[in-house]
Ligand binder design. Structure first.
Ligand SMILES: [Fe+2]
Ligand SMILES: [Fe+2]
Length: 607
């Protein structure tokens, strides 16, 4: 049934992929929705080890039993457990839940206010757990399930302070930040695949989504989830934090349909997310019925797939189809319909791209803009999208990425490779790096298309003179021979919104001199939720395009910014041998601005 549905969708998609046929945004495959069986903020029961070595009313990890013993609890076997409302935030709540009677020495616990949300110190001189001492809490709750056989996979988002192991009916299903082999309590806070400038936690709190968990341990009737929750082993700081949900998927399919991201010159990466684990591959070719090339992802079964197509012939319509061989489950394959995109232009060719930013918070506005954008992109033969940051309200939560960024953007991302830059709202969180597939380190990178070179900058990370990013930018701008140089990043040096004027002084001090020295033509910016265009500032035009969905800000033009308009909008930018021009279109289709920079066709950047 599912395969038939996909086949029909593929045939429909193939017929509308032809460049001249479609004026409408192509329908995207339905995303699979999950049933939430355990919601965030639900009530749980809490249990703590209460043996008291050396008179210390401890929640001692080293006396805690093996997690399996706790996880195997049967319903009703809850002696010693105390009800607790989530989110469990800090140590006092745990103390209250366990009950004062068990903590005769609770006077030793003193909350120290003002340290931060949920952060309580154990202020007990001479009695604080030693550095490295392990502490574990257990939480448990049940949920009912009538038909476990109808479930193809589980999804869970877990929020925790240091480390956690989750058991479903006594079987471990999630292990986060806990060293392999450690039963109850050592931590691996390092994320080995991430460079040091990437943040893995938000406010010292981990937030992890596990997808495609096999449902084989589910039971008909009552099911029990038990969590072993660890505390930092550093002497008491940052006590506990916990919340989680559990979702059931009943049909194998897409959570994120295939989306494109660009590389340098002639490659494009296709990424997608499935709700069952599998191996990803992409077939591609120059006609929808002749997908004669196939590229497969590394042989690691997972829910997130990234496959890079290389050596794309320039200036062509590339047809592609993402396929997933599911490891097991109700459906053996999760395949997408055939989609197409236009590959990179050659030097000397005129082409267009879309620019917008600050899409966070209002998914409906973001979606309305992408629908309009698609019509323009098709009419203009646009080749890619550039985004100036703030893709989602917060960097860590899975749902925010899904609702605010991916669901509205997936339709255009299936046809236009997407080049992102980091805003302040992503918090430089590792989720951005997980979902993006961009050149270089993905935070700052460069690529060329036709006569233009693009430089993405992370203005939420260090960029002061002498830092790694500054040195990279100085070198990359100097090395570029492109006729047009465009930078794109989040924080405008010259603000349009009154309360942010005159603008970001760090950018003015450390980046603007580089732009001027290396003859950057245009800077695309976000952060101010509006459209803005500066006058010529020593050869550079600063264009703010931060109207992608977030609530608009007041706009006020001034001596630097000739145009400031408060509106949801996007840009269509045209790159040509003799001009760089753009239009700004608002959400109702009204043109807000049109502007053009010119250079003699034969000229190149000044030396
Ligand atoms: Fe913003
Ligand atoms: Fe921002």
């Amino acid at each position: 049934m599912n395969l038939l549905r996909l086949l029909v969708a593929a045939l429909v998609a193939a017929s509308v992929s032809l460049p001249v046929a479609a004026r409408e945004l192509p329908p995207v495959l339905e995303l699979e929705r999950a049933d939430i069986v355990v919601a965030k903020g639900a009530d749980w029961s809490l249990w703590a080890e209460l043996q008291e070595p050396a008179g210390w009313p401890q929640l001692q990890g080293f006396v805690a039993p093996k997690g399996e013993a706790k996880a195997g609890l049967r319903a009703g076997d809850l002696q010693g457990w105390s009800p607790v409302a989530l989110p469990l935030d800090g140590r006092t709540e745990a103390m209250q839940a366990i009950g004062a009677a068990k903590f005769a020495r609770e006077a030793h616990f003193r909350a120290r206010a003002g340290i931060g949300e949920g952060t309580l110190l154990l202020d007990t001189p001479g009695r604080s757990p030693a550095v490295g001492q392990r502490t574990t809490l257990y939480l448990t709750r049940t949920f009912e399930l009538a038909e476990p056989a109808s479930v193809v996979s589980l999804q869970s988002e877990l929020e925790f302070a240091a480390g956690a192991i989750v058991y479903l009916n006594g079987v471990e299903i999630i292990r986060q930040q806990v060293l392999p082999g450690a039963e109850a309590a050592s931590f691996s806070a390092a994320v080995p695949t991430m460079p040091t400038f990437v943040k893995a936690t938000s406010m010292e709190r981990w937030q992890r989504t596990s997808l495609a968990i096999p449902p084989t341990m589910l039971r008909a009737g009552t099911n029990r989830i038990t969590v072993a929750l660890h505390r930092h082993p550093d002497g008491g700081h940052r006590a506990f934090w916990f919340d989680m949900d559990l979702r059931l998927h009943k049909r194998a399919g897409f959570i994120k349909t295939p989306y494109l991201q660009g590389g340098d010159r002639d490659w494009v990466t296709v990424s997608w997310e499935t709700n069952v684990a599998g191996f990803g591959g992409v077939r591609w070719g120059l006609a929808p019925d002749r997908l004669d090339r196939r590229v497969v992802a590394p042989e690691i079964a997972g829910a997130h797939h990234e496959v890079t197509l290389t050596e794309l012939p320039p200036n062509s319509t590339i047809y592609y189809r993402a396929e997933t061989d599911a490891v097991k489950g109700a459906t053996a394959r999760v395949d997408a319909p055939v989609r197409s995109f236009r590959s990179q232009p050659l030097k000397g060719e005129t082409y267009r791209f879309i620019a917008y930013g600050d899409v966070r918070t209002n998914a409906d506005i973001h979606a309305a803009l992408t629908r309009r954008m698609w019509d323009d992109a098709l009419a203009a033969d646009a080749r890619f999208v550039v985004n100036t940051g703030d893709l989602t309200d917060l960097g860590a939560p899975w749902d925010g990425w899904q609702r605010e960024f991916f669901e509205p953007a997936l339709p255009i991302m299936s046809r236009l490779p997407f080049f992102a830059s980091l805003g302040n709202h992503e918090g430089n969180h590792e989720s951005y790096y997980h979902y993006m597939a961009l050149p270089g380190n993905e935070a700052w990178y460069t690529f060329e298309r036709g006569d233009a070179a693009f430089f993405a900058i992370n203005s939420s990370s260090d960029f002061e003179e002498g830092t790694a990013q500054w040195r990279w930018l100085d070198g990359a701008l100097a090395a570029s021979k492109a006729k047009w140089k465009l930078v794109f990043f989040h924080h405008p040096p010259f603000a349009c919104t009154p309360e942010r004027k005159p603008g970001d002084l760090r950018v003015q001090t450390h980046l603007v001199p580089l732009f001027e020295k290396h003859h950057v033509d245009m800077a695309l910016l976000g952060h101010d939720h509006l459209y803005g265009r500066s006058r010529d500032i020593n050869g550079v035009r600063y264009v703010i395009t931060g109207g992608g969905g977030a609530p608009t800000y007041p706009a006020e033009s001034d001596a630097i910014n000739e145009v400031c308009i408060s509106a949801h909008h996007y840009l269509v930018v045209e790159v040509a041998p003799d001009h760089l021009s753009w239009t700004a279109t608002d959400i109702d289709g009204k043109q807000l601005d049109a502007f053009s920079l010119t250079k003699p066709p034969a000229a190149s950047s000044p030396p």
